[in-house]
Design a protein around this ligand. Structure first.
Ligand SMILES: *[C@@H]1O[C@H](CO)[C@@H](O)[C@H](O)[C@H]1NC(C)=O
Ligand SMILES: *[C@@H]1O[C@H](CO)[C@@H](O)[C@H](O)[C@H]1NC(C)=O
Length: 438
């Protein structure tokens, strides 16, 4: 019955699309029939793997103290996001990983990856320093709980701090920006009370759209989009005007039919609103949109940036600017974080089949156009973090992702003797041309 319903929806939605995106360019090869399960997995250039997160501490004494007082419990942290910074001088990329404070036992929630090997994997260290995290909600000038980050083309890291630990709002949610060349704080915005709902909100994702990027631009014209899935809203932050506003309506809501998330035979329940946020690129000559979806929904939605970025359009609450939203199509299954390349290809890790799917934003979002690009039911279990990063040496783009087997954490079946968390990388062109990678 469910299958038939989805089929009907696919047919119905076949005709719905961003009309202007509907022409044929660079269509990725449909390589789905070529996949032979499981002998054709292409071995990924291995980046990082962990059995459990391996935290580094300022001293062994500090580690012991945190283990004693419960501020570090190795069974508590879960990594959810990754981002990558290529220094302009050609040095090796720097990797950042987040592990939010879902519970009390997380020593810090934003880290960089070191070269040191530990018992459970590569050792992390707190970013920008241990002191930024050590108050566990006591000092609102530090970081309370970071869910995701976004590194922009200007070498700035936009950090989204939810301000809460287990829904106790210790500090206002905040956006904190670091200059990665100097590791200095360069901007901070604490959300005003109207922009969030204490005890309900949990800010989990940020996308900073730099509208004047280098080399020509000054990196000053920026709108940041924040996802608050538990209060089912998107917050727009107009950086130049230091203003923010909430968008909450039927398009930001979860769909109860997609409240059960099943990965590799294990299921968990979540009724989460917006998680994935990405803008369509500059320079394609198309009206630009924010493309987003709720985690617990299979609907992909777009809203034009010129509508989104004008606060006066959002004064009517639930009914504001509804006709401006475009329902792109339905996947029939959930996917978590997504990313869009410079050439306008969207990527997302589906829960079933466990693989990376791609879509050309100029084509209708239909089953035939949303194509399986890579499949690996072992390493791609719950792709929680996904980024596209431009490699300065040759200008090519890389897709980076973090997978974390979230279903095992909910089910209590996580086994710390096996690899649970992975950072994977693939050239965007390799994926699109069907050369696999994952
Ligand atoms: C490695 O992970 C196990 C399982 O969570 C944990 O008990 C142990 O303390 C970890 N080791 C280190 C050095 O963090
Ligand atoms: C914002 O939208 C309102 C209508 O909702 C319009 O009157 C106004 O001109 C717009 N402002 C800008 C800067 O486009």
């Amino acid at each position: 019955m469910r299958l038939i319903l989805h089929f009907v929806l696919w047919i119905t939605l076949q005709s719905l699309c961003l009309a202007q995106y509907h022409y044929h360019v660079n269509r990725p090869k449909n390589n789905q029939p070529n996949f032979k399960f499981p002998s054709e997995y292409k071995e990924l250039q291995r980046v990082y793997e962990w059995k459990n997160i391996q935290y580094g501490f300022p001293s062994e004494q500090e580690r012991q103290e945190l283990l004693r007082n419960g501020r570090y419990n190795p069974g508590s942290p879960i990594p959810i996001d990754i981002d990558v910074y290529y220094p302009p001088n050609g040095a090796r990329p720097r990797l950042f990983v987040t592990s939010p404070r879902f519970g009390q036992g997380v020593p810090y929630s934003l880290a960089y990856v070191t070269d040191v090997q530990g018992e459970n994997g590569t050792v992390l260290q707190a970013y920008p320093s241990y002191e930024w995290h050590s108050s566990h909600g006591g000092n609102c000038d530090g970081l309370t709980s970071v869910y995701r980050v976004h590194i922009d083309a200007c070498g700035q890291m936009w950090v989204l701090d939810s301000g809460e630990i287990e829904f106790v709002q210790h500090c206002a949610p905040q956006v904190v920006v670091f200059d990665l060349a100097t590791n200095q704080l360069i901007h901070r915005y604490r959300l005003p009370e109207a922009a969030y709902k204490a005890k309900v909100s949990r800010f989990v994702n940020i996308f900073a759209d730099i509208r004047d990027p280098p080399p020509g631009g000054q990196c000053k014209d920026v709108f940041a989009y924040l996802a608050d899935p538990t209060s089912k809203a998107i917050v727009v932050y107009d950086v130049a005007n230091q203003q923010s506003w909430r968008i909450e309506n039927k398009f930001t809501y979860p769909d109860a039919r997609f409240g059960t998330h099943t990965v590799a035979g294990e299921s968990f329940e979540l009724l989460d609103g917006p998680l994935a946020l990405s803008v369509t690129p500059l320079g394609l000559g198309l009206r630009r949109h924010l493309v987003f979806h709720a985690l617990s929904n299979d609907l992909e939605v777009a809203i034009p940036l010129d509508i989104l970025n004008n606060a006066t359009n959002w004064r009517a609450g639930l009914s504001a600017s509804l006709s401006e939203f475009m329902t792109l199509g339905r996947r029939g299954v959930q996917c978590a974080s997504h990313a869009i390349s410079r050439q306008g290809f969207w990527f997302c890790g589906f829960l079933e089949p466990i693989g990376i799917f791609g879509w050309d934003i100029r084509r209708p979002y239909t089953r035939e156009n949303v194509q399986l690009l890579a499949l690996n039911p072992d390493t791609l279990q719950f792709v929680s973090g996904m980024k596209i990063v431009q490699r300065p040496s040759d200008g090519r783009e890389e897709l980076w992702l973090l997978s974390d087997r979230l279903q095992k954490i909910f089910a209590g079946t996580i086994d710390y003797t096996e690899i649970n968390y992975r950072v994977l990388r693939c050239d965007v062109d390799d994926l699109l041309q069907g050369r696999g990678c994952f």
